[in-house]
Ligand binder design. Structure first.
Ligand code: RB5
Length: 147
């Protein structure tokens, strides 16, 4: 399975750790940058991850900035994207189970690398539950479809 990953300058080091973790687990990684610690704008990378997932170039995406917030807001502007900021594993699990999140976001200035790996692992290992949650996810997607 291919995972798109993108980040701003604050998260270059954590991105590398997560990339290695994903590759060790057998995932293919599509790295959309940035790979520079020079200050840059997180919307660029949130959009790149969102577009890669929406276009089917990657099945799921991971987007990291300082807090996870800005990059999630940007990714969520791409049609078809459900990006969720998860700072601990419970929320990460629920974001897949109930919300069918297709982009995971977290903050390099919020979570340490071991917690980030745990969040990533539980997120990738959890499948959408469907059922009544499908109706609710459909309602969310209808909001952007009706814009
Ligand atoms: C960059 O300083 C910081 O604003 C960014 O990484 C992110 O936290 C924004 O939401």
């Amino acid at each position: 399975m291919k995972i798109a990953i993108g980040n701003d300058h604050s998260a270059v080091e954590l991105k590398e750790i997560i990339k290695e973790f994903l590759e060790e687990k057998g995932y293919e990684v599509l790295d959309l940058g940035t790979n520079s610690t020079e200050s840059c704008d997180y919307p660029v990378y949130g959009e790149k991850v969102g577009k890669a997932v929406a276009a089917g170039e990657a099945k799921l995406g991971i987007a990291i900035c300082g807090t996870g917030l800005g990059i999630s807001l940007a990714a969520n502007k791409v049609k078809g994207i459900r990006a969720c900021v998860c700072s601990e594993p419970y929320t990460a699990k629920m974001s897949r189970l109930h919300n069918n999140a297709n982009v995971l976001c977290f903050g390099a200035r919020v979570v340490g690398s071991e917690l980030a790996k745990m969040i990533t692992e539980v997120w990738l290992d959890t499948e959408f539950e469907g059922g009544r949650h499908q109706r609710r996810v459909d309602q969310i997607m209808a909001i952007e479809a009706n814009e």
